[in-house]
Design a protein around this ligand. Structure first.
Ligand SMILES: CC(=O)SCCNC(=O)CCNC(=O)[C@H](O)C(C)(C)COP(=O)(O)OP(=O)(O)OC[C@H]1O[C@@H](n2cnc3c(N)ncnc32)[C@H](O)[C@@H]1OP(=O)(O)O
Ligand SMILES: O=C([O-])CC(=O)C(=O)O
Length: 372
């Protein structure tokens, strides 16, 4: 048997959802640059789930379905009042809350295609409500209901802050949602597919995926980037901080990628948005510091920034708490997880690789009475 550490380069499935070929990312054949500049997140959800862009009436319908399904069961809101909201990480709270949501869905274990699609709508609609309700309850505030005439990005910011966001905030947030929606067989999506390939349910798949996204080598990197920027504090401290980390062979969060060789095509969109937003908030130091870090890292190593690097200063400029950055990633990526879960069910086979055993040779069992 040959082993490939971290499954690098292993092709584990076919998929028609998204592709990364020669450093170009496409969703169903549409270039990410095109989608980032032009598409609403709702269009992208539809695209990922149906493998085609929606018509006007299909877009209207999915928007209505998302709006109708955004309300959380009272028990799920109430449970936030009984957990240590001020000490748990929001990703842990959201992971548990998604699992809890499944208990209130009568169709949770109905495995028919139509029922799975209805659950996908419910999960996509409810995740923003969950994240924003958690964020408000821990501050002693009441959750805010979404507005019927707001789109997905606008409603998220509205539910989070309780006031109407500005057009530039909505544009930035929509772009971030579009850019994070899917990414071929990344670790959390693979986790979701492994889970549901046992014919487990959609809620289990999404709960498992949230657990995988939480780690700092994956989605958790965006929060870690903001921690690094905050630790550096001022642009002039960046050089010494980064060079010392590199000399100690420590990882610089937000850099490197398993698949991209030349760079992550999503990063440039977030970089542009970071420049725009930090100027507006009179905190351009976060953008300037990020650019400085990029210059230093790329002068030392072939490690371009990934999607998590500039998203940190974008979310910070939108006034979002730093520990909500990864839950926001989940609010977007759940669309991709659900597309892959539905695809996995369509043509399922158990995912079960092998391990190359490296433990001791065959040993005789020694009874406890004869052991020290
Ligand atoms: C949405 C996302 O998930 S994007 C990724 C988000 N994660 C991060 O930003 C965390 C920082 N980056 C990393 O840890 C890695 O680049 C990963 C996890 C993204 C990809 O990892 P892998 O393909 O497994 O590469 P691996 O971790 O084996 O690194 C290969 C080499 O590059 C170095 N390297 C990789 N990333 C970094 C980094 N960010 N900073 C410094 N060195 C790095 C490693 O130290 C290693 O060096 P070595 O060969 O001298 O030991
Ligand atoms: O593809 C990966 O390994 C990680 C990533 O960039 C993503 O999930 O967006």
């Amino acid at each position: 048997m040959t082993t490939t550490r971290g499954l690098e380069g292993v092709v584990a499935t076919t998929s028609s959802v998204s592709s990364i070929i020669d450093d170009t990312l496409t969703y169903v054949g549409y270039n990410i640059d095109d989608l980032a500049e032009n598409a609403s997140f709702e269009e992208v959800i539809y695209l990922l789930w149906h493998r085609k862009l929606p018509t006007k009436s299909e877009l209207k319908e999915i928007k209505e379905q998302l709006a109708e399904n955004a309300t959380l069961p009272k028990e799920v809101i109430d449970h936030f009042k009984f957990i240590p909201v001020n000490s748990v990480h929001p990703m842990a709270a959201i992971r548990t809350a998604i699992s809890l949501l499944g208990l209130f869905d009568e169709e949770a274990d109905v495995m028919e295609t139509e029922a799975n699609y209805r659950k996908a709508i419910r999960l996509q609609a409810k995740l923003p409500s969950l994240v924003t309700a958690f964020a408000r309850i821990r501050k002693g505030l009441e959750p805010v209901e979404p507005k019927a005439d707001f789109g997905f990005a606008e409603n998220f910011l509205y539910m989070l802050k309780g006031k109407d966001p500005s057009p530039i905030e909505v544009e930035a947030f929509n772009k971030a949602l579009v850019l994070h929606a899917d990414h071929e067989l990344n670790a959390s999506t693979f986790t979701a597919r492994v889970c549901v390939a046992t014919l487990s349910d959609v809620y289990s798949g999404v709960t498992a995926a949230i657990g995988a996204l939480k780690g700092p080598l994956h989605g958790g990197a965006n929060e870690a980037v903001m921690k690094m920027l905050s630790d550096i504090g001022e642009v002039e401290n960046a050089e010494e901080y980064i060079r010392e980390k590199l000399a100690n062979k420590e990882k610089i969060m937000g850099f490197g990628h398993r698949v991209y060789q030349q760079g992550d095509p999503r990063a440039k969109h977030l970089r542009k948005m970071s420049e725009k937003l930090t100027n507006l908030t009179n905190e351009s130091k976060w953008y300037e510091m990020s650019v400085k870090i990029e210059e230093i890292v790329t002068s030392e190593k072939p490690l371009p920034p990934n999607v998590d690097f500039y998203s940190a200063s974008v979310y910070h400029s939108l006034g979002i708490d730093h520990d909500l950055f990864t839950p926001i990633f989940a609010v977007s990526r759940v669309s991709g997880w659900l597309a892959h879960i539905l695809e996995q069910y369509e043509n399922n086979r158990l995912i079960r690789p092998r391990a190359d055993y490296t433990g001791p040779d065959l040993q005789a069992y020694v009874p406890i009475s004869e052991r020290g």
